[in-house]
Design a protein around this ligand. Structure first.
Ligand code: BGC
Length: 360
């Protein structure tokens, strides 16, 4: 990718991603934030994609190989979940395959803080990133592994689960369905089996039937609010053509309600996590969308803001607390888990992805 060489945030971002990749191939979410010492499939999929775009395809391969091994190690659990869902008796959330694994691909220890691990978007995102992987996805994960994950995504798409923000919030989330659609379409390409396109279409019908109101997507089937994660329905998940009016209206709602011009992007109105500040990775998601749509003028201010948020060593935080929605909620989170996670690998990944899109 031909991105600006005078930008020190590019090499620093590559360094953060590579230093945060364990020998196993897993990416730690944040090396300095104890609660994030795990490897999320969601964060990792974007880290691998960013490294691919920067020509670091071996790092991407190592990640995908780690996911493949971790999935196979938990095959009985995943097959059991699929079978029970098929019987109309899904396992309880805490017995479902997790959103995050240890860096060795194990489940969390029973004495770890309980985590809302039943999130399925990461499995779809992994299939998407695998299909995008430059350098021969077929060699990285076996057909049976890809089939198993696609079956799991298909089976869980209709279930209530936690969101990409790890919150239940009604249990039905448009961005999770978007990830499922992208993942199932990726499986169709990886396996060369059109039946997965049909499965993606079934999820799309559910998304369009239940999550669109007044011409735009809502974050939940019964939650009209806009959410930064809805950006991914367009870029990269392309659940509809990018000029579809429902997608365009959704992005416009993000710009209007969640983007602070000259600043970043909030997750959603009413967010209180660390006060509910502006998220770097969402600002970059908006910048990515704008770049793909050719709205070059819109990318510059986002890029400038993201760069200005880097700490002196170039590290990017998860979120920025200068203009939080709930100031009284900053201190309680800092007391509970420490300062905002920095560096957050996913923030750096999204920065690289945005810059790559902007340079095309
Ligand atoms: C975010 C998730 C993310 C995790 C690890 C959470 O606070 O809500 O989207 O996967 O952190 O970075």
């Amino acid at each position: 990718m031909a991105i600006a060489t005078d930008d020190i945030l590019v090499p620093r971002s590559l360094e953060v991603l590579k230093q945060g990749q364990a020998a196993s191939g897993a990416f730690v979410a944040s090396p300095n934030f104890p609660t994030y010492r795990y490897a999320w499939l969601r964060d990792g999929a974007f880290c691998a994609h960013a490294l691919d775009l920067c020509g670091e395809t071996e790092a991407g391969t190592a990640f995908h190989a780690w996911v493949g091994r971790s999935i196979e190690e938990h095959r009985p659990m995943i097959e059991h979940a699929i079978a029970r869902i098929g019987d109309g008796d899904p396992p309880p959330p805490e017995e479902m395959p997790p959103a995050r694994y240890t860096l060795d691909g194990a489940l969390e220890q029973p004495d770890d803080e309980p985590w809302p691990n039943f999130q399925v978007d990461g499995y779809g995102m992994w299939l998407w990133a695998l299909a995008e992987h430059i350098g021969g996805p077929a060699a990285v994960a076996s057909r049976p592994t890809i089939e198993l994950v696609a079956e799991y995504v298909r089976a869980t798409a209709p279930l209530m689960s936690f969101s990409c923000w790890e919150e239940f919030d009604g249990g039905e989330h448009a961005s999770t369905l978007g990830a499922a659609i992208a993942g199932l379409e990726a499986a169709a390409r990886l396996l060369d089996e059109p039946r997965w396109v049909n499965e993606a279409d079934a999820v799309r019908a559910r998304l369009l039937g239940r999550f669109v109101r007044e011409g735009r997507f809502m974050r939940g089937a019964a939650d009209e609010r806009v959410d930064g994660s809805l950006l991914w329905l367009g870029v990269p998940f392309a659940v509809l053509p990018l000029d579809d009016s429902r997608l365009e209206a959704t992005v416009e709602a993000v710009r209007h309600h969640l983007y602070r011009p000259g600043g970043g992007v909030y997750r959603y109105c009413g967010d209180t996590y660390y006060g509910g500040g502006e998220w770097i990775l969402l600002a970059c998601s908006l910048g990515w969308y704008e770049a793909v749509r050719g709205n070059d003028d819109a990318v510059g201010p986002i890029r400038d803001w993201v760069r200005s948020q880097a700490h002196t060593n170039g590290d990017l935080p998860e979120q920025v607390s200068d203009h939080v929605q709930a100031p009284e909620m900053v201190a309680p989170w800092v007391a509970q888990w420490g300062a905002v996670a920095t560096p957050l690998l996913w923030s750096h990944a999204m920065y690289l992805i945005m810059e790559s899109a902007a340079s095309e």
